[in-house]
Design a protein around this ligand. Structure first.
Ligand SMILES: [Zn+2]
Length: 152
């Protein structure tokens, strides 16, 4: 199930940094979040208490937290995709108690953006370069401004 979801949304890049090396931010769409709620009832505090008494790592509690965090991240990706984004920048996790601490809200939030890989610098620099004299012309130019050769 999770693998399927991850495959479907793998194109949404989520980073905790404000920028992505190698990418230009084309457009900022806006804040985006993903949330999920876990009860502290039978599946949470109770199970943790039992295992805690035996002194082991509270694995079921930890894995439940990880699942919840993952779920909120997944929903963040889904929301970002629905907004037309292909990346989420400055992502952060947050947990907060609600319902008099009987439940925990896991939220992941960030800034939905559209990014594009930065092309090699020469790609744009060479566009409009005259094959005859080497002059760099404006991108919209159809003929070399110096020698008049038709540009490719
Ligand atoms: Zn020329």
């Amino acid at each position: 199930m999770w693998n399927l979801w991850e495959t479907l949304s793998s194109e949404i890049m989520v980073v905790t940094t404000p920028t992505v090396p190698g990418y230009n931010i084309l457009r900022v769409i806006g804040p985006v979040y993903g949330m999920t709620i876990r009860s502290r009832g039978v599946g949470g505090r109770f199970v943790a208490g039992i295992q805690g008494m035996f002194g082991g790592e509270i694995t079921s509690y930890v894995s439940e937290l990880e699942n919840a965090r993952r779920e909120s991240l997944q929903r963040l990706r889904d929301n970002a995709r629905n907004m037309g984004a292909n990346a989420v920048l400055a992502a952060d996790f947050e947990t907060s108690d609600i319902l008099q601490s009987s439940a925990i809200v896991f939220s992941t939030y960030g800034t939905a953006v559209v990014v594009e890989p930065i092309r090699a610098g020469q790609d744009t620099a060479l566009r409009g370069r005259c094959s005859n004299c080497g002059t760099e012309n404006p991108q919209e130019a159809r003929f070399c401004t110096k020698c008049g050769t038709a540009l490719a």
